[in-house]
Design a protein around this ligand. Structure first.
Ligand SMILES: [Zn+2]
Length: 58
């Protein structure tokens, strides 16, 4: 898996959406285990989404 595919899938997962076709949760988790860059990226996405959710709630 390429990092760009992983990041698309991680973003979908954070949004509660279906992952892109052909991307399994197991493959995603395996990549995240091995790729610190995608782990950090995923963590930033989660934080941003949480912040955005709070702002939407006022
Ligand atoms: Zn990666």
């Amino acid at each position: 898996m390429h990092c760009s595919e992983v990041r698309t899938a991680v973003s979908a997962r954070v949004d509660g959406e279906e992952p892109p076709p052909g991307v399994t949760g197991a493959a995603l988790d395996a990549h995240l285990r091995d790729c610190a860059a995608c782990r950090d990226w995923g963590e930033r996405v989660r934080r941003l989404k949480a912040l955005a959710a709070r702002l939407d709630l006022g």
